[in-house]
Design a protein around this ligand. Sequence first.
Ligand SMILES: Cc1cc2nc3c(=O)[nH]c(=O)nc-3n(C[C@H](O)[C@H](O)[C@H](O)COP(=O)(O)O)c2cc1C
Length: 352
Amino acid sequence: MTLQIGTHTLENRLFVAPMAGVTDRPFRMLCRELGAGYAVSEMVTSRKELWNTLKTSRRANHDGEPGPIAVQIAGTDAAMMAEAAVYNIERGAQIIDINMGCPAKKVCNKWAGSALMRDEPLALEIVQAVVDAAQPHRVPVTLKMRTGWSEDHRNAVKLARDFESAGVQMLTVHGRTREQGYKGHAEYDTIAAVKAAVRVPVVANGDIRSPEKARDVLAVTGADAVMIGRAAQGRPWIFREIAHFLDTGTHLAPPLVAEVRRLLLDHLVEHYALYGEFSGVRTARKHIGWYVRALPDGEAFRARMNAIEDCAGQLRAVDDYFQGLADRMDRMPAPTADEEPSGEEETACAVD
Ligand SMILES: Cc1cc2nc3c(=O)[nH]c(=O)nc-3n(C[C@H](O)[C@H](O)[C@H](O)COP(=O)(O)O)c2cc1C
């Protein structure tokens, strides 16, 4: 089943979540190759003075990426957000996504991300300004939010209706409140209520870590798609596993160790090409750590690998580790159903 955002037809209903510091272009392209139908870029700040920084220009790099190119913007000022939308459209964005999902820290003494859900007039002002700015370019605007501000203020349904009236063309809901951060469990009743309240496509997000969970969340929410974040870290093939399960009701065998070795080495080469040697080697460590976390001697390997400071050495170490693993096992181990996601969330959403 396909899904439409404006004039863009998405390949399937399995989306990669935007994760600052994780879903850069190499990672998004890998997930797309491995079965994700759509990937939203890492958030780009609406603060103009930061647009020329290396970090923002890397985030705005979409070379060779399959479309539609979706860029997420974050900020607290309607005019600045409108300008950020146009800036990104002029640099290739085909869809603009507004971030009201991150439990972000304060920016310029104002709250951004999901904190905007507390200030409904401002949230709506921002959405209207971004829609109005994107409309002349025929670029659809989508939005990602949480279920509400706090347990007593679950206003996602009201906001969803308002945002739809303002012209937003797809809504993603992470089944937690802002107050929860990443603690507790995602709930799906509010997502189901949002889906029932609007006509635009709704995407369910939060704690989806297996094909069965994806099937169940789609069923209980009636959502048009699911979005997966942490479970794809070090396991980008989760998308093809879910796609296969949704199509056939059967499980795809875990990937061959030899395939993962190839995937990871290719991922690293693309990663270094984007970040250069110094940053590339350092920022690659977390990805490598995620790939090996549940593997034999994975922790020991990770500790050794963290001391390596050059690309060639890091590639060699990864290659040797996976060669050794391939001698012991053909396929990657199947993940345990309730494997906990990684705990990098707190620093995850810094807007700049
Ligand atoms: C490291 C990290 C960075 C994130 N950065 C963003 C972001 O830039 N924008 C956003 O809307 N959400 C961001 N999120 C939230 C995710 O998109 C997603 O809503 C959340 O992780 C729940 O989905 P999951 O349980 O599948 O991981 C981030 C999450 C993590 C773990």
